[in-house]
Design a protein around this ligand. Structure first.
Ligand code: HEM
Length: 456
């Protein structure tokens, strides 16, 4: 998950970087990143460099041998935290996304058990009831934005399962503050927070000033929640926050409050935008491929005829293949990134210290030498044969692989199963999805307008 990094200039004797587009062409990366990546791959092949003044050169690769070496590399040299920095200035210093080295390993070890595949089962009822409640609110025979509907589901799911917030007045205030903070972050002003100069507090009416005040309010509310949970002493609570409040490292030390706050904000940001975007692309594909949608619906009806239960979810194999095939062609994050702390050789190519090497998820997923008929939407390819993790990596890889991959897949299966079982959707007339950036993810344009024609 990455966009740029602090620039430390490679030395004069550094090896030459792979070729790449000129300065003005890089504006296309902002305007239409996927078309830009396609164009670069056509012109330069497996490796190319993107240069933006003021940030480290970005060296993209879609070569699976290079991707494997990068994901298996020494995290002391390949820093993802530094490469991720501009993603979210307000997430805080101790966000897992921004840490490197021992501090990253320390926090990751504490957080990982809460996202273990087996743990997902306990979230089934919450995820299902949030999806059902949302579906109940959708208008019938009137256009609505699927992406907004998905964001509301994935946000509520994180609030319920990760934060474990119930209906207390304090929970309502945390929700309210964090909703405002995220709305600000996803706005045009918020997108500009990636530029350091835009992070200037000019009072409560300036965008960054507002972000700072909302963050302060969120911190004090969350710290109050930590205190009350610690006093509550309720070992039966199985939400992620309660588990992290109980978790200790090998020295018997828990995460301190600031670190825990930063990790909770990270899980919310990294978890809900990405999952909502992926769900929207799956629905976009189902709307365009009626036969595939009917086959997925038949599977849902035969496996999970009534309300979906934990033990049925692994049986939804075709639905999972539809999700994977969508993440292959419509990845919501186009690349991972690692900033090199020393000169290295990757798949026979010498690269200098200071550059960001970026395994390109989007391009690797479309390579004709790795995928038969690569542009065809064909979920069956995920039902037969083994999938190479260096040809398909929507969740990144190695010690930085997405911590929420099992959580996201589990949630997407439940939400889509409930939609397929309960609603008939049709696309808005004349609509074709284009790519739009929303926060840290790419989403279908105009929020993917669609119409529900019936609901049970
Ligand atoms: C479809 C949904 C999702 C997608 C496509 C996605 C994708 C990614 C990617 C590409 C990375 C970077 C991996 C790398 O650098 O190798 C990442 C990291 C991360 N993701 Fe996700 N993610 C999703 C859902 C979630 C969820 C649900 C959560 C948590 C609730 C989450 C939490 C994180 C965290 C904490 C990291 C940083 C891990 C680290 O640096 O150690 N993500 N994700």
């Amino acid at each position: 998950m990455s966009s740029a990094a602090d620039f430390s200039a490679p030395s004069r004797r550094s090896p030459a970087l792979p070729p790449g587009p000129g300065f003005f062409a890089t504006f296309n990366f902002v305007r239409n990143p996927f078309a830009f990546l396609d164009d670069c791959a056509r012109r330069y092949g497996d490796w190319f460099t993107l240069r933006v003044p003021g940030v480290a050169p970005f060296v993209f690769t879609s070569d699976p041998a290079a991707v494997r070496e990068i994901f298996q590399s020494d995290p002391a040299i390949f820093h993802a935290g530094k490469a991720n920095r501009p993603l979210g200035a307000f997430m805080g210093e101790r966000s897992l996304l921004f840490l490197d080295g021992p501090a990253h390993l320390h926090d990751r070890r504490l957080i990982l058990p809460a996202f273990h595949g087996e743990r997902m089962k306990s979230y089934t009822a919450t995820m299902r009831s949030i999806a059902d409640a949302a579906i109940d609110r959708w208008p019938i025979e009137r256009q609505f934005a699927i992406h907004l509907a998905m964001r509301s589901i994935t946000f509520d799911v994180i609030m319920g399962t990760v934060f474990g917030l119930g209906n207390s007045p304090l929970a309502a205030r945390i929700r309210d503050t964090v909703t405002k903070l995220f709305a600000l972050y996803a706005s045009t002003a918020g997108t500009l927070f990636a530029v350091p100069a835009m992070r200037t507090d000019l009072g409560r009416w300036s965008p960054w000033g507002r972000a700072v005040r909302l963050h302060r309010e969120f911190s004090s509310l969350l710290f109050e929640e930590f205190r009350s949970r610690r006093q509550e002493d309720a070992p039966e609570r199985d939400d992620v926050l309660s588990m992290l409040l109980r978790a200790c490292d090998e020295n018997g030390l828990p995460l301190d409050d600031e670190a825990l706050r930063d990790e909770m904000l990270t899980l919310l940001l990294a978890g809900h935008e990405t999952t909502a975007a992926s769900l929207s692309w799956v629905i976009n594909r189902l709307l365009a491929n009626r036969e595939i949608a009917e086959r997925a619906r038949d599977e849902v009806r035969s496996v999970a005829g009534g309300e979906i239960e934990a033990e049925q979810i692994s049986k939804l194999r075709y639905l999972e293949a539809v999700i994977n095939e969508t993440m292959r062609l419509d990845p919501v994050i186009p690349n991972a990134g690692r900033e090199l702390q020393a000169a290295v050789s990757i798949a026979g190519r010498e690269l200098p210290a200071g550059v960001v090497v970026a395994p390109c998820i989007y391009l690797a997923h479309r390579r004709p030498d790795l995928w038969t008929d690569p542009l065809k939407f064909n979920p069956d390819r995920f039902l037969t044969g083994r999938i190479d993790p260096y040809a398909f990596f929507p969740f990144g890889g190695g010690t930085r692989r997405c911590i929420g991959a099992a959580f996201a897949t589990y949630q997407m299966k439940i939400v889509l199963a409930r939609i397929l079982a309960r609603v008939e959707l049709k696309p808005a007339e004349g609509y074709t999805a284009r790519l739009e950036r929303r926060g840290i993810a790419f989403v279908p344009s105009q929020g993917l307008p669609a119409v529900a024609t019936s609901r049970i």
